[in-house]
Design a protein around this ligand. Structure first.
Ligand code: 3HC
Length: 315
């Protein structure tokens, strides 16, 4: 319709001028739907991401490591809450989002469907997975949707602590006994390629990137962010004497980039379609936690009704 065309033009002019779009502003339905998809899946990833690391809280090798890991896992819960709240501003309820996760309909990051087999995994996750999240989320901090951008700014501050504590574990083990060095190299070998997959398929195979780049939800492409992550991380591995498990890795003096081998996209699609090593275990754990938390939600809603507040809304 001509009226909507005018609105679309004004909307795009605002975005191209660097303005933030706020919940009550006019936005194309496609923009709204893309944000609901991306932001809710981001929130799901934060909450499911608590599971692989939570698995090691009771087995941390020292009280200090336990306290740091506890703080990190609690942070991830808070990130999930920020992101669910930011997504609710687009007119979708928390219940609708959780139903999609718990029914297996919604995606969450591929990376959380792998097992954490040793303590070294906790260090490598902080270093690689949170490192990848920092590359992605510092870009998203500039996204055109106001609530998402502000949530990212807050989250990025905490991610830096997450990465530093992980890299400290990795560096400590890499300097440790031969058994510790072997353990951390084994963890790197298992997590390196799934971490590269976190950035999504190649740009040519990314059906959502067109909309997201046009409306500055994403300001960099999947491949650009993946390359940035590799360029940052390879020197960090070499600094602690670890080997990146990629025989095709080589530094290109001309471009200044680390060139790397091809990703196993069959594994990527297999995992995100629900057939990864831990998908079933992760969803079962989320469903169990949701059931066990039903009484808390009921109590909070009863309290809200008693005090004349709308259940699920802050005072
Ligand atoms: N895991 C699961 N699914 C993925 C994926 C991944 N790593 N990468 C892509 N996909 C899915 C997409 O969701 C899309 O499926 P859909 O249309 O059914 O949703 C399909 O594969 C095609 O991918 P596209 O490239 O077209 O999708 P996007 O343009 O949305 O790009 C993305 C994917 C890069 C993950 C983007 O959505 C994004 O940047 N999301 C926000 C960041 C995020 O979700 N991070 C998850 C990690 S959270 C985290 O790391 C927590 C930290 O504290 C450790």
């Amino acid at each position: 319709m001509a009226e909507d065309n005018g609105k679309l033009e004004r909307f795009e002019a605002r975005i191209n001028a660097g303005e933030k779009i706020e919940p009550k502003d006019w936005m194309p339905e496609r923009y709204r739907q893309q944000l609901i998809r991306m932001m809710s899946q981001h929130a799901h990833s934060e909450v499911v991401g608590m599971l692989p690391e939570g698995n090691w809280i009771t087995r941390a090798p020292s009280l200090r490591r336990k306290m740091v890991l506890l703080a990190k896992v609690q942070d991830e819960a808070g990130h999930g809450h920020y992101l669910y709240s930011a997504t609710e501003t687009l007119g979708v309820t928390r219940e609708e989002m959780l139903e999609k996760l718990l029914s297996g309909k919604a995606k969450y990051s591929n990376i959380f469907n792998y097992p954490t087999l040793t303590w070294a995994d906790i260090g490598v996750i902080g270093w690689l997975v949170d490192g990848a999240a920092i590359v992605n989320q510092t870009m998203l901090a500039k996204t055109s949707y106001g609530p998402y951008s502000r949530a990212m700014i807050r989250i990025c501050k905490e991610e830096n602590f997450h990465k530093k504590q992980g890299y400290e574990i990795v560096a400590t083990m890499a300097r440790g006994t031969p058994a510790q060095r072997k353990m951390v190299q084994d963890a790197l070998n298992r997590w390196w390629w799934p971490t590269l997959m976190m950035f999504g398929p190649h740009d040519k195979d990314s059906p959502n990137s067109g909309d997201l780049l046009r409306w500055k939800v994403k300001l960099k492409t999947n491949d650009e962010l993946r390359q940035r992550f590799v360029d940052i991380t390879v020197p960090q591995a070499h600094a602690v004497g670890l080997t990146i498990p990629d025989p095709e890795l080589r530094y290109n003096e001309e471009t200044g980039h680390w060139e790397f081998g091809e990703i196993d996209w069959d594994e990527f699609w297999r995992v995100i379609r629900g057939n990864g090593p831990c998908n079933k275990e992760r969803l079962a754990a989320r469903r169990k936690a949701h059931q066990e938390g039903a009484w808390v939600r009921a109590a909070a809603e009863a309290y809200a009704r008693k005090h004349g507040r709308e259940p699920g809304k802050a005072a």
